[in-house]
Design a binder for this molecule. Structure first.
Ligand code: FMN
Length: 333
């Protein structure tokens, strides 16, 4: 792999390439992949790419920085697996993070590394069974980053019912906001050709039941099909087919808090993947600040700001993977 630095072409170290590829496998809202990378020998920088931010559904870039946290967690797992120690971390005002790596053969490889390539969201209905005690324990045992809290809520308990009500309300508000709905539909890729042009977005081939079609037709039909009534009915069915909701809160509702939350969320998803536990994101209530505030007051978690929720459960097989940008297109120098 070659990349440009100044006017010189350099060979990219295979370890560095693998670490950056791992970071780029992180999830992001609408699969926007809001980052670019810089590699200066073993000094790696991940820079938020705010041109990709979702202006209507994520006006404060909260979800963008949660995604950055997910990418940083992957980076640090891949670095440890390649026997690198992160000897310095530097955060800049624009939210870019630089990690200086040094070889250290005493660093233990992270057993979650193989899960980075396996992890994917599963938006299907689950089989309705409860998580085993062993799986629940393994997920609850994950140590969150500083300032991050996780709450496992069994479907049917009071807190899960409250959260579900807010998810449905959030979904309704989103679908009733034309800019948010447009952002969602524009992110959809209705055929493989369009997917391969952008290497991002939400591929309808992963959603089941939507045949490939030209983009203009897909956008037209989706505009009519995305009604509040049908979407909320299907969302409720999906939630009720799950075992638990898990709520991720932060005590500092700011950029560093969101990045820390993203790191915890990513670790959680990788552990879930290793256990064969399926998960899907439910970010609807947190995208509306008044709704998120009301939710905070209704739930018994004090001043913790709710930022993200997943539903968890079991499903047969695995959905397909979504595409990522090639490394060469997101390297800046
Ligand atoms: C901060 C954040 C918010 C997300 N919100 C949603 C959501 O509300 N609904 C959903 O179905 N997926 C959501 N996703 C999942 C992304 O759509 C998914 O990660 C992306 O399409 C890439 O797919 P993958 O995770 O399977 O690689 C979210 C992901 C992140 C990181």
């Amino acid at each position: 792999m070659e990349y440009l630095e100044g006017n010189k072409k350099k060979e990219m170290d295979l370890d560095v390439r693998d670490i950056l590829l791992s970071a780029g496998q992180a999830p992001s809202p609408h699969n926007i992949q809001p980052w670019v990378f810089m590699a200066n020998d073993y000094s790696l920088t991940i820079i938020p790419d705010k041109r990709k931010s979702l202006k209507a559904s994520d006006p404060n870039n909260r979800q963008l920085f949660v995604s950055m946290g997910c990418a940083i967690e992957n980076l640090s797992i891949a670095a440890a697996t390649r026997r690198f120690e992160i000897v310095r971390t530097n955060m800049m005002n624009n939210g870019a993070y630089t990690f200086d790596l040094e070889h250290n053969y005493r660093v233990t490889p992270d057993p979650l590394y193989p899960m980075i390539a396996e992890r994917r969201v599963d938006r299907r209905k689950y089989d309705g069974s409860r998580l085993t005690q062993q799986h629940l324990q393994a997920l609850s045992d994950i140590t969150p980053e500083y300032g991050v809290r996780m709450h496992m809520l069994p479907i049917g308990n009071v807190e899960a019912d409250i959260l579900t009500r807010y998810i449905l309300d959030g979904n309704k508000r989103q679908l009733e906001t034309p800019e948010v709905k447009r952002e969602l539909i524009n992110a959809m890729r209705f055929n493989l050709g369009d997917e391969l042009k952008t290497h991002d977005g939400l591929a309808t081939r992963l959603m089941g039941g939507v045949p490939p079609m030209p983009g203009w037709l897909g956008r037209f039909l989706m505009g009519m099909a995305l009604s509040v009534k049908s979407q909320n009915a299907s969302m409720l069915k999906h939630i009720n087919s799950s075992s638990h909701l898990v709520l991720f809160n932060t005590v500092s509702d700011n950029m560093t808090g969101w990045v820390s939350l993203g790191r915890t969320l990513q670790r959680f998803m990788l552990v879930a993947t290793s256990l064969g536990v399926s998960f899907s994101f439910l970010s609807q209530p947190f995208e509306c600040s008044t709704l998120a505030k009301r939710l905070m007051y209704e739930l018994p978690y004090g001043n913790e700001a709710p930022v993200m929720a997943l539903r968890l459960g079991y499903a047969q097989g695995q959905p397909l993977k979504s595409l990522r940008h090639p490394l060469s297109s997101i390297l800046v120098g």
